[in-house]
Design a protein around this ligand. Structure first.
Ligand code: AMP
Length: 217
């Protein structure tokens, strides 16, 4: 099963994708996490994409698509995957269809997590990420038990550079302009579903899992 999670930055895609992948035994493919990991490790790819991330702009399609294609060839993705933060352009959505078709698969469901912009800004300005394992927290809504430390691995928590207000506004603008056509793309393909992304993490997770379990999409 291949599931695409769509939604603005701060809609909870990362948190929900991780839960969904664990519950259904799917790979979790987050392009944002992969880029950040490459930047942290100082790889060639990391050097190439760093500027885009710090400005809140999209990384060019060819670079992003090549990275996802590589992930899809890994054994963990054979049974399926949850895509988080990908595709963000219609070109990426078409490339994903091509890559999956090559494996005899297709996107089974595309779920849009619906969260209003003002809620997104509240969530992201309080978001903190673990430097070591990338787990996400919120200073108010999902705080770690020990401030500044990750519950899972004890790593240091930090605020992403692109969660700062100026970059955040840019990311939302980019989302509305470039990713809205992707939602339309999946609507036309007949696989789009919408889920209310507001409320407690567990509740949103349950809405999502119920929907993913449903057959047909
Ligand atoms: P995210 O963690 O999904 O919010 O992504 C953080 C940043 O990584 C974005 O603002 C982009 O600069 C880059 N990025 C992540 N996914 C993509 C994608 N599918 N296409 C282009 N750029 C991306």
């Amino acid at each position: 099963m291949y599931v695409v999670l769509l939604g603005p930055p701060g809609s909870g895609k990362g948190t929900q994708a991780e839960r969904l992948a664990a519950a259904f035994g799917l790979a979790h493919i987050s392009t944002g996490d992969l880029f950040r990991e490459n930047i942290r490790l100082g790889t060639e790819l990391g050097k190439r994409v760093q500027e885009y991330l710090s400005r809140g702009e999209l990384v060019p399609d060819d670079v992003t698509i090549a990275m996802v294609a590589e992930q899809l060839r890994l054994p963990v993705a054979r049974e399926g995957a949850v895509f988080d933060g990908f595709p963000r352009t219609v070109e990426q959505a078409q490339a994903l269809d091509r890559e999956l078709a090559r494996l005899g698969k297709s996107v089974d469901k595309a779920v849009e997590l619906v969260v209003p912009d003002d809620e997104v800004v509240r969530r992201l300005s309080g978001r903190r990420i673990c430097r070591v394992c990338q787990a996400a927290y919120h200073v108010e809504f999902n705080p770690p038990s020990c401030p500044g430390r990750c519950d899972k691995c004890g790593g240091e928590l930090y605020q992403r550079e692109d969660d700062r207000p100026e970059v955040l506004r840019r990311r939302l603008e980019v989302y509305h302009r470039q990713t809205t056509p992707v939602i339309e793309y999946y609507r036309q393909a007949g696989v789009l579903r919408r889920v209310d992304g507001t409320g407690p993490i567990e509740e949103v997770g349950k809405r999502l899992a119920d929907l993913v379990r449903q057959d047909p999409p």
